[in-house]
Design a protein around this ligand. Structure first.
Ligand code: C2E
Ligand code: CA
Ligand code: CA
Length: 827
């Protein structure tokens, strides 16, 4: 078998040339049969040295003792091959990492021929592997040990492959719970719905890395803010094998970040606000209408100045200089004085001074404030000055307006009362002068008529002219005040005698007596004056005013255009009046007012055509009070409206029940014409009582037609239109102008009883009666003679043409049920 032998030789050659592997044969007992160069290289023995030796030589002492060499051979024998790695010894005793294969070599019959042993020195690889293993171990430990980061791997589909302590800590899952699960469990349902898990994975797959921050969900459902990195992992061949996922819980960091962000925003906002505020303050200082100067306390140099100050003091470039360098000496002195006083006397100082400024002499109200800041060592004085010249002038004007009457420029009631108080304080009391103070109340007579007739503008001019005349009669120290309307008042301080006050009053009355010539009109007014004196009458201002007023009232009562001194009985009268007024109210309330009826007789028929209703106050204590004792007071107080209405209603009601066609005459006060409801009152009285209008007669006096009477005349017409008759009462007294008879179609004239009384002796009275009856007859107006007390009078009046008579001769006023119904036969 040359080929075999050949190939055998070839094979031997091959083996002999292999240097990296120790290849040698062992006998079945383990004796080294041959040795190749690789073996020599690996183990250090030459073939001569080793062939024939037992292979256990390569094992360590311990291994030999444990019969490892023998075991290995047994394995190779029984199993055909033994393969292992382990430390082996070289000849020089050094060890090498060997990869050992022992193959059992058998012949065709199966008999064991020996063992082929191949040993490779893998020390280097082994060491490298060891190093790598150590690396990997450490790395694994590192990864597993990292607890701040969740580090885990995903397979290509995104399922969790492994899990570190950090992952457990961050997400709450144990390794066995999560490995194999899809990583989308870490996402919130919302993010899952948005497909975020797969999007992240896609990005990592496409770009190698995905990095994001977001909300993730723990096992317990709680959320945390996280920073996530997904890295695609490739093997050595570049094949992608999965993903490394590193997740970090950055909730805390994020919180801090957010806080920082907020703090930053806040700080920015604050600083923006501060900047705005500072700009605002700058503009405040620039725009306040006050002058501002700030001076350094130590250097006395000016630190700040606004435009107003520059303008007011006509100076520029003041900052950094002394006041004395840039201001006129007197202004600099003024400012320095203010500031120095603040420094020496206190923190805040105010002053009001007249200063010669660039705008002339102005009153400056200044405030100087010392500002000391120990921290910044900045001590400065702030000087703020306001020009209050106009304000003071306006105040003075307002003050004047509040104390003076706009029309006449005279002091008004406020100032009057103030001055009266002062005057009384000066004269009365322990330190007073002891002199007399006169208080005068003045009221113009019939000023209202002038105003009504000639207009308010005229009235105003008259008041001004009149004030001047009054004023010219007084001393400088006297006060003439206009209290309102046509009321004036005078204070006469420091009088020596009571007569001096009366003389002054008399002078004033005289002064306005000559007619005033205004706008081409000549016009006369009178004035009534009431005088009260201190300390004679009283020492209190209010009381004096009240007394002067009572005296004035008395002057008016006594015929006007005169003065009266206050007397204690005036006070008494006034008091009585007040009592009477209260009593009358009670009388109205309790129905103490009754009507009495006096017959009116017609000339021809000699029968009673009607009655005049005359009011009576049936007082529970004082008895019957006649109308003249309370009607004037009722007219002054306005109670006449109620009293008159009551009288009218009573008269209508009683007359309606008489069952005859006799008339009833009711007296109307001129004051009642001031009531715009008069027509309605009459209408209502008729309607309520059912009295036929033609049975009612209303008696008015001439005064209704006086002055501004157009309105009254139209009221008369309206009354007449109701169907009632209108009589002119007391004709012949007062103004007695026959012209009145033409101004309104009266139904009757009542001739005042004074003419009837005088008729027998006085030709004039008879003439007047004659004129009236003549006029009446020609105008077809009936005439009633009043106060007929005798048969003779009646006969004479009959002869003079009177159509009716009224008087005690026929009957006195009596209650309705006592009234005379038919005339006695002998009349
Ligand atoms: P008058 O309207 O002139 O009334 C007539 C007055 O003369 C009545 O006085 C009456 O009693 C009185 N008198 C009548 N005949 C004679 C006589 O022969 N001799 C004398 N010496 N006197 C006679 P009386 O009742 O005291 O009324 C006084 C005035 O009071 C009335 O004067 C009238 O102006 C007023 N008066 C009376 N009742 C009312 C009333 O209800 N309303 C209003 N506003 N005034 C009334
Ligand atoms: Ca009458
Ligand atoms: Ca009368």
């Amino acid at each position: 078998m040359p080929l075999l032998q050949d190939s055998d030789a070839m094979y031997r050659l091959l083996i002999q040339s292999v240097v990296d592997y120790a290849i040698y044969m062992l006998t079945p007992e383990g004796i080294v049969a041959n040795w190749n160069p690789g073996a020599q290289r690996a183990k250090g023995y030459t073939a001569v040295e080793i062939v024939g030796q037992h292979f256990s030589l390569f094992y360590s002492e311990d291994e030999r003792r444990a019969d490892l060499p023998g075991q290995n051979l047994r394995i190779a024998r029984t199993e055909g091959r033994f393969e292992a790695q382990g430390w082996r010894l070289k000849k020089d005793g050094s060890a090498f990492w060997a990869h050992v294969i022992i193959d059992a070599v058998r012949n065709d019959a199966g008999d064991l021929l020996g063992f082929a042993k191949i040993t490779r020195d893998c020390t280097e690889q082994h060491q490298a592997l060891q190093v790598q293993r150590e690396h990997e171990r450490r790395f694994r430990l590192l990864v597993q040990g990292v607890s701040d980061y969740a580090i885990y791997m995903l397979d290509l589909d995104g399922n969790v492959v492994n899990w570190n302590a950090g992952a457990q800590r961050a997400k709450g899952y144990q390794e066995h719970e999560i490995v194999g699960q899809h990583f989308s469990v870490f996402y919130t349902p919302e993010d899952r719905a948005l497909g975020l898990p797969s999007k992240g994975l896609e990005t990592a797959r496409r770009e190698g890395r995905f990095e994001a921050e977001g909300i993730r969900q723990r096992k317990d459902g709680s959320h945390f803010w996280t920073h996530v990195v997904i890295d695609a992992i490739h093997d050595d061949d570049g094949e992608m094998i999965g993903f490394a996922k590193i997740t970090r819980d950055i909730t805390e960091r994020r919180k801090t970040e957010l806080q920082l962000l907020e703090a930053k925003e806040l700080a920015e906002k604050r600083s923006a606000e501060m900047a705005t505020l500072s700009r605002f303050l700058d503009s405040v200082i620039a725009n306040i209408p006050a002058s501002v100067i700030v001076q350094d306390v130590r250097s006395h140099k000016i630190l700040l100045v606004n435009q107003q100050a520059e303008r007011l003091f006509a100076a520029t470039k003041m900052v950094g200089r002394f006041a004395s360098e840039c201001l006129r000496p007197e202004v600099a002195d003024y400012i320095n004085q203010q500031m120095n006083q603040t420094l020496s006397m206190g923190e805040v100082r105010t002053s009001e001074m007249q200063v010669h400024t660039a705008q002339g002499l102005r009153t400056l109200r200044s405030r100087t404030v010392l500002n000391q800041d120990t921290e910044s060592h900045s001590d400065y004085v702030l000087f703020v000055a306001e020009d209050v010249t106009d304000e003071l002038a306006a105040n003075a004007k307002i003050h004047h307006m509040a104390h003076h009457d706009a029309l006449t420029g005279l002091p008004n009631r406020t100032l009057f009362q103030q001055r009266l108080k002062e005057a009384l304080a000066r004269s009365n009391g322990p330190t007073g002068s002891g002199k007399i103070t006169g208080t005068l109340c003045l009221d113009l007579d019939d000023f209202k008529d002038v105003n009504d007739a000639l207009g308010h503008a005229f009235g105003d001019k008259l008041l001004r002219a009149l004030s001047e005349r009054l004023r010219s009669e007084l001393r400088d120290r006297d006060t003439l005040a206009r209290l309102g309307g046509d009321e004036f008042a005078v204070i006469l301080p420091e009088l020596d005698t009571q007569e001096a006050a009366e003389l002054a009053a008399q002078r004033m009355i005289q002064a306005i007596r000559p007619p005033f010539l205004i706008d081409g009109h000549s016009c006369s007014v009178g004035v009534s004056v009431g005088i009260a004196l201190s300390p004679e009458d009283h020492v209190k201002p209010e009381q004096l005013m009240g007394y002067a007023d009572m005296a004035l009232y008395e002057a008016k009562r006594n015929g006007r255009n005169r003065f009266e001194r206050f007397r204690q009985e005036l006070d008494e009268i006034a008091r009585q009046r007040r009592t009477l007024e209260a009593d009358l109210r009670t009388a109205l309330h309790f129905g103490q007012l009754k009507m009495h009826y006096q017959p009116i007789v017609s000339r021809d028929g000699q029968d009673i055509s009607g009655y005049e209703a005359l009011i009576r106050w049936i007082h529970p204590i004082k008895g019957i009070i006649p109308p003249m004792d309370f009607i004037p007071m009722a007219e002054e107080t306005g109670l006449i409206h109620e009293v008159g209405t009551r009288a009218l209603n009573l008269a209508c009601q009683e007359a309606a029940g008489w069952g005859t066609l006799q008339t009833v005459s009711v007296n109307l006060s001129p004051i009642q014409f001031k009531n715009p409801g008069l027509i309605a009152i009459v209408e209502l009285a008729l309607a309520d009582s059912g009295l036929a209008p033609e049975r009612l007669e209303l008696e008015i006096t001439e005064s209704v037609l006086l002055g501004d009477s157009d309105e009254n005349v139209s009221t008369l017409r309206a009354l007449k239109a109701l169907g009632v008759a209108i009589s002119l009462d007391d004709f012949g007294t007062g103004y007695s102008s026959l012209g009145y008879l033409r101004s309104f179609p009266f139904d009757r004239i009542k001739i005042d009883r004074s003419f009837v009384k005088d008729m027998a002796e006085n030709k004039e009275a008879l003439a007047i009666i004659r004129a009236i009856t003549g006029m009446g007859n020609s105008l077809l107006i009936e005439t009633t003679a009043e106060g007929v007390e005798t048969h003779e009078q009646m006969l004479q009046l009959q002869a003079e043409g009177c159509s009716h008579f009224q008087g005690f001769f026929f009957g006195r006023p009596v209650p309705a049920d006592e009234r005379l119904i038919t005339l006695k036969d002998d009349l």
